[in-house]
Design a protein around this ligand. Structure first.
Ligand code: DGL
Length: 247
């Protein structure tokens, strides 16, 4: 099984981490569009065009499956990418919605969705959750978290202040959807801020849950081959991959 993982930059490595932990694939090919990140402040047509260009990039690799790790791209460009590709293309939004459903027993649970401006404006998570009868939803764009994570600032005073800035007027959530590739790296700070009773939904774990339910994985791959590509400075991405993934 050969899988491609696409993200606007380095954040999608959090999804690769989950794929590696669950040993689902023999070969993982990662492409981060580091020259054009962030996507979260771009408009719909640009995000769709970049998504289709990523499909073209991956065509050289004859993939069995392409995972769109980027929430922003999953929210806007999934169907266009599915049309352009010659393998299944799977996004993190649907997987995240289903993982939230599986994590919650109460349809009145308060769910807070955080993501880039584009993801929150798309209302993609809300639409999916409303279809499953969850009505008690809050959504907040938290774009400052992206550069914090890119700087590898995962906790401390600036992080706490940014949490206060975004969250202090919101109702305390029962579940928090980390609707952006970067946010799992803030998970332990977010868990401390909201308390242990708030359930965190992580795109990487959600996609693994979705894949295991949807496809029949027969083999575990303990030593998968990994290749990392980037549209700018691939060496920097490979260094971060080494640190974050311990590979
Ligand atoms: N990868 C993006 C996402 O998950 C975050 C970074 C960006 O804005 O491109 O939405």
């Amino acid at each position: 099984m050969k899988v491609g993982v696409f993200d606007s930059g380095i954040g999608g490595l959090t999804v690769v981490k989950s794929l590696l932990q669950h040993q689902l694939f023999e070969e993982i090919i990662y492409f981060g569009d580091t020259a054009r990140v962030p996507y979260g402040s771009k408009d719909k047509n640009t995000i769709i065009r970049y998504g289709i260009e990523a499909v073209e990039f991956f065509k050289n690799f004859k993939l069995d499956m392409l995972i769109v790790a980027c929430n922003t791209v999953s929210a806007y460009a999934l169907s266009e990418m599915q049309e352009a590709a010659n393998c299944p293309v799977i996004g993190v939004v649907e997987a995240g919605v289903l993982a939230t459903q599986n994590a919650l027993t109460n349809k009145n649970a308060n769910i807070l969705i955080i993501g880039t401006n584009a993801t929150i404006n798309s209302q993609a998570y809300e639409k999916g959750l409303k279809d499953l009868d969850f009505q008690n939803l809050q959504a907040k764009a938290t774009p400052l978290f992206v550069p914090l994570v890119e700087e590898e600032i995962f906790d401390g005073a600036i992080v706490k202040e940014s949490f206060k800035h975004y969250f202090q007027k919101l109702t305390h959530p029962d579940a928090l959807i980390l609707g952006c590739t970067h946010f799992p790296l803030l998970a332990s700070s977010l868990q401390n801020y909201f308390g242990q009773e708030t359930q965190l939904i992580h795109s990487g774990d959600a996609i693994v849950e979705y894949l295991e339910k949807t496809f029949d994985f027969q083999t575990k791959y303990t030593n998968p081959s990994l290749q990392f590509f980037a549209s700018e400075n691939p060496d920097a991405l490979r260094l971060i991959a080494k640190r974050w993934l311990d590979v």
